[in-house]
Design a protein around this ligand. Structure first.
Ligand SMILES: [Zn+2]
Length: 693
């Protein structure tokens, strides 16, 4: 699946893999910059729709550091809540509001007011059981007994059965298997084998030896030790087991593909049949594994990480059986800890706090709302969309998207580095993009999901098993182009290269990103830029390798390809120079796709705004339309973030920190310079501006 989201989906950063309440999907904060008097602001301090004058730091010039200028007062006056690792003016505020709405829905359902809501009773059961902390406390670690029994029966011969039993319940170990569109035939789903099963956030965390990474490593080892103690091991044994399991994970990590290579579609596309998988990774019964996963062994399989899968048999062979058992126990414990009694939950939180700097856990109801949204998102979303934008707002949003697409079509002929042959294909691709807004056209059914009142852990496992079974039925079937990969309440958006679709859930179609009452120039700067960002993903270093139909095909002439690479290199170099915290640099290669999307996105949105008769003439709060546009953009990214979270993001997130998502693209934009009358030599003007799209 090659989904490129606006921000990192929260689930990918959660400590637990089995549903845990998602937290705000937000990027980092910023150092205070020097003050300057040359600000270009009108005298009135009225709050205009779509932007917030009180957020502005008047002591920093727009031309010195626009992010600090547009967000500075907000950054100073907005503390991060204790239960969050970061806080944004847009994502977090909307997310909290959405959670309140979802809570009200679930409270009604729990009181029996189902009002015809599909699967209302089931959602009430999941929510109610999750809220019943005393029942969860009473059961302690008992719910794990059946899964541990499976692991205790492990022999060198039944590893495939054991792993399948864990994988079907959502417990990650050694690798993951799921459906993916065939890279060369995007109409067909095949199987996908992916590396996995480590507890640190990324394989590099096992090898980096700076002081901060070492702190995270030791917090993780301590976490494993606590989990083993809680599951009944003696203290000395628990400590030893934690060290041994950590060692095994490190040996797995050695063979893992790094995060920059994982972005390269050529490197992760290796389709083969079962016989070839068997000869690549012999000694493991792939046939049995597929049978247990209820997938036909006639299906084609993409082996995303060949070197890793090749190395696995040796690990299976060389690691002592008791250690493999302990490793599997560690995976079970760490992926379910947040759903068990308080001592387990505390251990998980201590590790999460070390990783993210979060001070306290989210209040129970927020976690339980998150759990229902994770497990039954498309049922919970139906009453949600009725209370938010609803279908009535779809048309206006679609019109904005069409304006952004028209910008792309208008820009293509202006690109001197592009030859006509490639340009014709680019046109074809833009015109083929399918846009989806608010909610899916057909809702997913939860028929057969066996949840019951009072059984929290059972419900979590049932939801995992249900979802896993749904995923497995896709393997070998045609691609379902109606499926969504985000829940409508999510404050996010994505582009999927393999279906050539952009998706904007109801969650993000709210102020300050979007509001029918906002100045139109502000809507273009905030949600318009998001739309431009997703569209540009179809043409970033990764997306450009897929054609209009979503097939991995080289539709570029060699000269044009070279022209693109040279321009992309300018962006890599620009972002490599950014240092968000301590001496940690942004990884220009890891973040290239997102940075290209930001740069393209803001340019497309600006052009669309200027081509719109109303938007190009209406500013807000005393600003010109152009200034309003740039303020709305910057202010949708104002973010405070704890230092631990900043480090985690820089080391793992393909998105750049918010300050650079704003200042990076704008320093390359002549229109920004004009809007704020910046002069040569100002920090917001790059001498050799990067332009790609
Ligand atoms: Zn993106």
């Amino acid at each position: 699946m090659r989904i490129r989201a606006l921000t990192i989906p929260a689930a990918l950063l959660s400590v637990s893999a089995v549903a845990c309440s998602p937290e705000a999907a937000v990027p980092p904060a910023m150092p205070v910059m020097e003050a300057s008097s040359a600000t270009v602001v009108a005298p009135s301090y009225a709050q205009g729709p779509g932007l917030d004058r009180s957020a502005i730091d008047e002591s920093t010039s727009a031309c010195t550091d626009f992010y600090q200028h547009a967000c500075g007062a907000w950054l100073k006056n907005t503390p991060i809540p204790d239960d969050k690792a970061g806080w944004t003016r847009s994502f977090s505020v909307i997310d909290e509001k959405n959670k309140e709405l979802l809570k009200a829905i679930l409270t009604d359902l729990s009181a029996g007011k189902t009002g015809g809501v599909a699967f209302g009773k089931e959602m009430a059961s999941v929510y109610g059981a999750c809220m019943d902390e005393s029942a969860i406390e009473k059961r302690g670690a008992k719910p794990l007994a059946p899964i541990f029994t499976t692991v205790n029966r492990l022999t060198k011969k039944n590893l495939a059965e054991t792993l399948a039993a864990l994988h079907t319940q959502g417990i990650p170990a050694f690798f993951a298997f799921g459906p993916t569109p065939d890279a060369k035939d995007s109409s067909q789903m095949i199987g996908d084998l992916v590396q996995g099963g480590i507890g640190l956030p990324d394989r590099d965390y096992y090898f980096d030896d700076d002081a901060k990474t070492k702190e995270v490593q030791s917090a993780y080892r301590k976490y494993l030790e606590t989990l083993f103690t809680l599951s009944g091991k003696k203290p000395a044994a628990a400590k030893q087991l934690a060290e041994d399991v950590y060692g095994l994970e490190k040996r797995l990590a050695e063979h893992m593909m790094n995060k920059v290579d994982r972005r390269d579609p050529q490197k992760v596309t290796n389709k083969m049949d079962l016989a070839k998988v068997e000869s690549l990774a012999p000694g493991f019964s792939w046939k049995t594994y597929l049978k247990m996963m209820k997938v036909s062994d006639a299906v084609a399989i993409n082996v995303s990480m060949v070197a890793y899968m090749k190395a696995l048999p040796e690990r299976f062979d060389k690691e002592p059986l008791p250690l493999v058992k302990s490793y599997l126990e560690a995976r079970i414990l760490s992926s379910t800890a947040t759903q068990l009694s308080k001592p387990f939950d505390d251990a998980a939180f201590a590790y999460k706090a070390a990783l993210t700097g979060q001070k306290t856990r989210e209040i129970r109801w927020k976690r339980c709302v998150g759990l229902v949204n994770d497990g039954m998102g498309e049922a919970l979303a139906q009453p949600f969309v009725a209370k938010t934008l609803g279908d009535g707002g779809k048309d206006a949003v679609q019109k904005l998207i069409m304006a952004i697409e028209a910008s792309m079509e208008a820009r293509l002929p202006t690109l001197a580095w592009m030859d006509d042959e490639t340009r014709a294909k680019a046109f074809e691709k833009v015109r083929a993009i399918v846009n989806k807004v608010v909610h899916p056209s057909k809702w997913r059914s939860y028929e057969g999901l066996a949840v019951k009142a009072g059984d929290h852990f059972g419900n979590v496992l049932a939801a995992e098993a249900f979802e896993n079974a749904r995923q497995m039925t896709k393997v070998g079937k045609p691609v379902d182009r109606e499926e969504w990969f985000m829940s409508p309440p999510d404050v996010n958006a994505y582009y999927d290269a393999q279906t050539n679709q952009m998706v904007f859930p109801a969650g993000i179609l709210q102020p300050p990103f979007y509001g029918p009452q906002n100045a139109k120039s502000a809507n273009f700067g905030a949600i318009g830029m998001v739309m431009g960002h997703e569209l540009t993903h179809g043409f970033d270093d990764e997306g450009r390798q897929f054609d209009a139909k979503g097939n991995l095909t080289d539709w570029w002439t060699p000269a044009c390809s070279k022209g693109f690479d040279e321009r992309a290199e300018c962006v890599v170099a620009q972002y490599n120079d950014f240092v968000p915290i301590d001496d940690l640099h942004v990884n220009g290669k890891l973040t290239l796709g997102e940075n290209l999307a930001d740069l393209g996105g803001i340019n497309l949105a600006y052009q669309a705004m200027m081509s719109d008769a109303e938007a190009s003439k209406t500013g807000s709060a005393g600003f010109t339309p152009q200034q309003t546009f740039f303020y709305a953009y910057a202010q949708s990214w104002c973010t405070n973030q704890r230092p631990e979270m900043q480090r985690l993001r820089v080391k793992t997130d393909p998105h750049s920190p918010p300050k650079f998502r704003v200042n990076g693209p704008l320093t390359n934009m002549p229109a920004f310079r004009e809007a704020f009358a910046c002069k040569a030599g100002d920090a917001m003007i790059r001498e050799n501006a990067c332009r790609v799209w």
